[in-house]
Design a protein. Structure first.
Length: 233
């Protein structure tokens, strides 16, 4: 690993959790990292891959799950191993699963990363308990409906972490993308993610242009599960 890569790892692992009034500074160093398929920065500070954690990556990079994995640990102030973060919670998405292998990977990831902390699913008209429920039941609200977002954005708090799993219907349900939402100290809400052929970035959902851009990236017919998590104090 190059000296530059080692410096990036040191910065990402060493940065402390910010004051609870504004969590956005914790993700500053995670922005603009190149998208690399299946890539993650593991709990030991190695650039590697979800499917092959024994293999070292040649260059720093993150996929959407890798970004959320790194972000959640910084925001929630604790270390979760890759094996614990990717655990098949209900034993319903392994080899030969009826819904297909890893169909609920995004759902399992956000649930595993927030395990043991107070959490709830945020919906436009209230909260939903998440404990013991599957990714078929917990799918949140329609991502392309601006009326949903108007209600959601008004309910978000700057001292909470919002982990998101986006799912689609096809022949079967698939939780295929994950992201992070934060509200800053000025009341602006940011959507953090990384996409293929790009770099990790954020969009301001409290801006109509930012919200419309995010919705245009995903199109119609998707649902977003927004998991509100109380960070430890």
């Amino acid at each position: 690993m190059s000296a530059t890569s080692l410096l990036v790892v040191a910065v990402l692992l060493a940065a402390p959790k910010p004051p609870s009034s504004d969590l956005t500074p914790a993700l500053r160093e995670l922005l603009q990292i190149a998208y690399v398929d299946d890539a993650v920065l593991d709990e030991r500070g190695r650039w590697t891959f979800f499917a092959h954690p024994e293999r070292a990556a040649e260059h720093p990079g993150l996929n959407c799950s890798g970004f959320v994995y790194a972000a959640a640990q910084r925001l929630l102030g604790r270390t979760v191993s890759l094996s614990d973060a990717t655990r098949d919670r209900l034993g319903d998405s392994g080899d030969g699963a009826t819904m297909g292998k890893d169909w609920d990977f995004g759902f399992d990831l956000v649930m595993n990363l927030s395990e043991g902390l107070p959490r709830r699913a945020v919906l436009p008209d209230g909260d939903e308990d998440v404990e013991g429920k599957s990714g078929l039941v917990l799918r949140g609200f329609a991502l392309d409906d601006a009326r949903n977002w108007k209600k959601i954005l008004a309910r978000l708090e700057p001292d909470r972490v919002y982990l998101a799993s986006i799912s689609r219907d096809g022949n079967k349900v698939q939780h295929y993308h994950v992201a992070v939402l934060l509200k800053d100290g000025d009341g602006r809400t940011w959507f953090y993610q990384t996409l293929p052929k790009g770099r990790s970035h954020r969009l301001e959902l409290s801006s109509s242009k930012g919200l419309e851009r995010m919705q245009a990236m995903f199109g119609k017919g998707l649902r977003i599960l927004l998991l509100e998590v109380d960070p430890p104090h």
